[in-house]
Design a protein around this ligand. Structure first.
Ligand code: FE
Length: 251
């Protein structure tokens, strides 16, 4: 597991954690935000990374405590180890209201189940230390109940699966046009449709964003690169936009 500090002003830190030793499982990034004496872990992933990630998170937290776990949606690469995280920390876990009754099927112990809290469809503000994280609605990108996190201190937008790329050997995108090939098929199939992207683009253009950091693959840094990515999303045809008029019966 490698960690990269994306932002640090002395009281607020954003740490990018990634694990490349995962065999068949999809590559995933994990993100830790520490503000003063409180930490927040985003999309902590499944059992394969749990033990390594827990020790890395505890080391990065230092004297701070893990206050929040954020599950952007219901996929196993996000929530499969939810029970472990709830059992080994005192954190509250937050997930879109659509998924609060499904995630317990991953095996939440009754002792910790009440620490899984719903995020309303319209999003919410979540205090972290002396800061406030914005939990933004990003529904149908890709999950029907899906949220993202905007950190106004570091000006990082944590975009979950949106912006995910696969097969790159770099952590940061330097050539947007050359990077599209690593995102395109994933977005065309997993993202629900252009309408969802247009609504999202309209929302995020109101924010001052320095970086967009997805849950898979490389991140986007700088206002020009961020704008390029948002423009690309806004124009993309995907999901039901690309559906055929009918399916063929298998034979
Ligand atoms: Fe997903």
């Amino acid at each position: 597991m490698t960690s990269l500090v994306l932002f640090d002003n002395g009281t607020h830190r954003n740490i990018f954690l990634e694990d490349f030793g995962r065999g068949q499982a999809v590559q995933a990034n994990q993100h830790l935000i520490v503000d003063g004496d409180q930490g927040m872990l985003l999309d902590p992933g499944g059992h394969k990374v749990y033990a390594k990630l827990l020790s890395e998170v505890l080391a990065q937290l230092g004297p701070a405590t893990l206050q929040h776990l954020f599950f952007s949606h219901q996929d196993p690469d996000v929530v499969a180890a939810a029970n472990g995280w709830l059992m080994s920390t005192t954190a509250m876990a937050w997930t879109p209201v659509l998924w609060t009754r499904f995630i317990p099927h991953f095996g939440l112990d009754s002792l910790v189940a009440d620490r899984l809290q719903p995020i309303a469809d319209e999003g919410m503000v979540l205090p972290l230390g002396t800061s406030k994280m914005l939990i933004l609605p990003a529904h149908f990108l890709h999950s029907p109940g899906n949220c993202q996190v905007y950190d106004p201190v570091s000006r990082i937008l944590y975009s979950g699966d949106l912006g995910g790329s696969f097969g790159t050997q770099y952590q940061e995108v330097s050539d947007f046009e050359g990077h599209i090939q690593f995102m395109l098929s994933f977005h065309q199939r997993y993202m629900t449709g252009n309408k969802a992207l247009r609504v999202w683009a309209k929302m995020v253009r109101q924010l001052d964003i320095e970086m967009i950091v997805p849950q898979h693959g490389a991140f986007f840094r700088g206002s020009a690169m961020v704008a390029q990515f948002v423009d690309w999303c806004e124009r993309l045809q995907c999901g039901i936009d690309l559906m055929p008029e009918t399916y063929l019966i298998p034979k």
